[in-house]
Write a new protein. Structure first.
Length: 439
């Protein structure tokens, strides 16, 4: 008899959910973020939700390692119809290493999960393979083999001295960064609240509202999270507000706002800003509204679901003092946070992305007031999307001039600054501040 979730032993449904998410991402090209958003609400216990996330990220940060182990241990490879079984085995291996969960519980729950997904006849195989992994360990292999060859080559060409560190950072678990809502507390005050709650954290010398937790926790464990006292946001993303630094009362546009963290940060820093925010995806804009509502900022911003490049459809002709273009990009600077990027990205994507970035730059530049600024930012580490994109823009835009940014924003990269993933615990990010010459 097939067990229902209520009849399953503890921990089995967690492995089933992780298996289904991984199967969808690895074998059906689905987005990890989208799959988790759909799957996690089915688990009422936040500890189970956290375990599913941990398993999925551990697998997707080094899937080639687990693939290699299974290939060396199995006389016959799994077939294309065995995607769910392979995903379950990957989840089992990840529990042993790198998650290092108690082996007995991990094995028992994973074997029972094989039966729960209709793989009763392979439960013995699952048990044997995981026991071998427990006994012999999982070979290290090439931890970066899941990087597409074309992308590894680009990184090696762009960053010959840093390529190995970039790839290593991609398999590491990132730190959890917090952004303190300065309308409600200072970073120092909130740091004390964390300590009172038994949570260790450290301030950051570059990002004044940032705190780095020593150990990641569920957001429900953060004091005042539900009340808008704090958000989760990497320090690199927080530095966007520092780089833009609009003056008090400025008309500001966030041209690709979703999920809304940078716009919220701007408003937390300065309530006098006249902020408009747009995004092409109405569903993602709904998430922006949710985030702003939690932060009590919903009435301080004008939102619209439009194509930022189609200015004729949305712009009223009143120029902006400051424009933020956090452009769509390859996301190669945040692979450790979005490891499925490597499953989905194709070399052909880059041509389309760089064309979109150029189109957005040209269109949005027309909305900048004389003397105003546009901040071009990406979470990419590829030069064609960053310094190359800005250099091309400057060469075709006579009234644009790049303004220097300081060392807080990383190393000099053409007319901008580049932070590589893992440096100071930050995500990979690019910033370029462009000033429109006055008439």
């Amino acid at each position: 008899m097939k067990r229902t979730p209520a009849m399953q032993p503890p921990g089995v449904q967690t492995r089933v959910v992780a298996t289904r998410v991984l199967d969808a991402v690895l074998h059906r090209g689905r987005s990890l973020k989208a799959e988790l958003a759909q799957a996690l609400p089915t688990l009422p216990d936040p500890r189970d939700r956290a375990l599913v996330e941990a398993i999925c990220f551990a697998v997707l940060r080094q899937p080639a390692r687990f693939e290699s182990a299974l290939s060396s241990w199995m006389s016959k490879p799994l077939g294309y119809r065995d995607g769910d079984l392979k995903a379950l085995l990957f989840a089992g291996l990840a529990q042993l290493d790198p998650l290092k969960l108690p082996a007995h519980a991990a094995l028992a729950a994973t074997v029972d999960a094989a039966r729960a997904i209709g793989r009763t006849h392979q439960a013995g195989l699952v048990n044997a393979l995981l026991r071998r992994a427990q006994r012999e360990g999982i070979p290290a292999g090439d931890a970066h083999a899941h990087w597409p060859a074309w992308l590894r080559e680009r990184i090696a060409n762009d960053w010959p001295q840093d390529a190995a560190a970039i790839l290593q950072a991609s398999v590491a678990e990132p730190p959890m960064w917090l952004r303190v809502n300065r309308r409600r507390a200072t970073a120092a005050d909130y740091l004390q609240r964390l300590r009172d709650a038994g949570l260790a954290a450290h301030p950051d010398e570059n990002a004044p509202d940032a705190l780095r937790l020593e150990t990641p926790v569920a957001v429900a464990a953060l004091p005042g999270f539900a009340d808008g006292d704090v958000s989760v946001q990497d320090a690199s993303a927080q530095l966007v507000a520092e780089a833009l630094s609009p003056v008090a009362g400025a008309r500001v546009l966030d041209a690709c706002v979703a999920p809304g963290g940078k716009a919220a940060h701007l408003l937390e820093r300065d309530a006098t800003l006249q902020l408009s925010a747009i995004d092409i995806d109405p569903q993602r804009l709904a998430r922006v509204r949710e985030n702003l509502s939690r932060l009590k900022l919903g009435g301080s911003i004008r939102l619209a679901a439009v194509d930022a490049a189609d200015t004729a459809a949305w712009w009223d002709g009143a120029p902006f003092d400051a424009v933020l273009l956090d452009a769509p990009c390859s996301a190669t600077g945040i692979v450790r946070r979005q490891p499925d990027v490597l499953q989905h990205r194709r070399a052909s994507d880059l041509e389309a992305l760089t064309a979109t970035q150029a189109r957005l730059l040209d269109a949005l530049w027309t909305t900048v007031a004389p003397g105003g600024v546009l901040l071009y930012a990406t979470c990419s580490i590829l030069k064609s999307e960053n310094e190359g994109q800005v250099e091309a823009f400057l060469s075709r835009t006579p009234d644009a001039v790049a303004e220097p940014l300081d060392d807080r924003f990383g190393r000099v990269a053409g007319a901008g600054r580049q932070r590589l993933p893992g440096e100071l615990g930050y995500d990979g990010f690019f910033y370029a501040r462009l000033r429109k010459r006055s008439a």
